[in-house]
Design a binder for this molecule. Structure first.
Ligand code: ADP
Ligand code: MG
Length: 471
């Protein structure tokens, strides 16, 4: 039997207003509880109205995941008592989801998508003085309550935590390309991970943010459940919480079953009929998906399949950046080389994504032109790019500053220091070992962060070495 893993992914949909009312679904910079109204707070007499855009976003997801879209669907009330929903029920889809029976391939693995449904997001709870299991008190912010979510549920088709993570990365890229998800907003993708070992009961780890954490939480569960098995303790069905700081999971509650929620049809909302015309209009305006984009990159820009994958799947904004640079500069292979290797490395090192970095198309193209014109060596460019990503300043100015900084007397100092620190190599050279010079040049180059021209360093080193022989 082995390991079985299934995911439930919640994605906030990129709609202007919430799922059933006119409140803004973008509460960045707002006070807590500012984006609320009688509808999303569930005051008596208030009536919800369905946001058409949310349903259409759901339809786009359905098409991208090759699902069957229901002809008719409706919303139900999932009743539970917890302060993150002030109505004491969540409006969701249960009996008939927006769509079902799709799939997404991850490498060799075909992951079946059981269903995708639309529901409202609960409020954000902020646990103060501890986590959910031991906080002193909890603050509630209803700004998030009522924002449209798509819940994407897979079959338990994963056998390793790594596959689950890869699936999430591909799914995220699809959602970004569909434009149904805005990565600039809060951490809007949350995931519940279900895992069972050897046909045993499954454990659900709730509300994990970050794909790395999904993998970590699942790896932890495999170790924990295997440990239980060795001690002959039976794993029970339960809901657990992942503590990202401690890297472990803690029990929240023995899992309730779906039937326990007493779903009822929401009488305030109409049945939604999906006509052929409506489907057709969505299909016609479906954006390019990441896989199609990879193929187009390979064909139009003549770059390798691997490079195209990295550019497209790392971050949609990076792929957009790449295309705009190509348009401005030409030479797509050159742009790809510098974007996916050195630019991406510098961004990753700073834990930045292209859109919240200081990198701009104009200045990056300026950087590429400096290399092309021979004004800077590639070797120097690899150093310069770090400074450019750090500061966002004009690469031409940075390069000039760098060149100025390295006057002859600067190099004198560098070379003198290198010779002192590497006396053995210096003596070897003096006694006729030519290779020692190469070593010394390498040292001097490193000491200038590779900015200096190696030939200049060579001359300088020879000057110093000869001077010391003459003495
Ligand atoms: P519920 O309705 O109680 O939430 P579901 O059957 O809908 O349970 O499944 C929820 C999630 O649990 C799905 O992602 C599914 O893939 C996963 N799952 C179901 N059975 C198992 C299992 N035996 N091991 C691991 N995951 C499972
Ligand atoms: Mg569920």
């Amino acid at each position: 039997m082995g390991v079985m893993i299934g995911l439930e992914v919640h994605c906030q949909l990129n709609t202007e207003s919430k799922l059933f009312c006119g409140d803004s679904s973008d509460h960045r910079g707002k006070e807590p509880n500012e984006c609320t109204c009688p509808i999303c707070l569930g005051y008596p007499g208030s009536k919800p109205v369905i946001n058409k855009k949310a349903i259409e976003h759901g339809m786009r997801i359905a098409m991208a995941l090759s699902c069957r879209i229901a002809d008719e669907m409706f919303f139900s009330r999932k009743t539970y008592f917890y302060p993150d929903m002030s109505k004491n029920y969540q409006i969701t889809q249960y009996e008939i989801p927006l769509c079902s029976n799709g799939y997404l391939t991850v490498g060799e693995l075909k992951v079946r998508i059981r269903r995708v449904h639309i529901e409202e997001d609960p409020a954000r709870l902020q646990h103060v003085g501890g986590d959910i299991t031991n906080a002193e008190y909890t603050l509630i912010d209803y700004n998030r309550s009522g924002i449209a979510l798509a819940e994407i549920v897979t079959e338990p088709d994963f056998t390793t935590p790594k596959q689950a993570r890869q699936f999430l990365e591909i799914l995220l890229s699809i959602l970004e390309h569909l434009g149904v998800y805005d990565s600039e907003k809060e951490a809007t993708i949350r995931c519940d991970a279900n895992i069972s070992l050897d046909g045993g009961e499954r454990v659900e780890v709730k509300n994990i943010t970050g794909f790395e954490n999904v993998e970590k939480a699942l790896n932890f569960e495999i170790i924990r459940q295997n440990g239980m098995k060795r001690m002959e303790v039976v794993v029970q069905r339960e809901t657990r919480h992942f503590d990202a700081e401690a890297g472990n999971t803690k029990s929240l509650r023995k899992k309730e079953y779906e039937e326990d929620y007493g779903y009822i049809f929401d009488p305030d909302l109409p049945t939604i009929r999906v006509t052929a015309g409506w489907l057709e209009s969505i299909k016609k305006t479906q954006p390019e998906l990441p896989d199609q984009r990879v193929l187009r990159f390979v064909k139009d820009y003549k770059i390798g399949d691997y490079d195209a994958h990295v550019l497209v799947y790392t971050d949609k904004n990076l792929a957009d950046f790449y295309e705009l640079c190509c348009r401005k500069y030409g030479k797509p292979e050159v742009v790809a080389k510098w974007t996916m290797n050195y630019l991406l490395k510098s961004l990753n090192w700073r834990r930045e994504r292209i859109n919240n970095s200081k990198v701009r198309i104009d200045t990056f193209v300026e950087f590429l032109r400096l290399i092309e014109s021979g004004k800077i060596t590639e070797r120097f460019a690899k150093e310069l790019i770090k400074e450019y990503v750090d500061t966002g300043e004009s690469p031409a100015m940075l390069a000039e500053k760098g060149a100025q900084e390295l006057s002859d007397s600067d190099l004198d100092v560098v070379v003198e220091k290198v010779l002192q620190e590497n006396r053995k190599a210096a003596d070897e050279f003096r006694s006729g070992k030519e290779d020692a010079l190469k070593f010394l040049i390498g040292r001097a180059l490193a000491a200038t962060q590779k900015r200096a021209d190696p030939n200049r360093l060579r001359d300088m080193l020879l000057k110093h070495l000869n001077a010391s022989i003459a003495q």
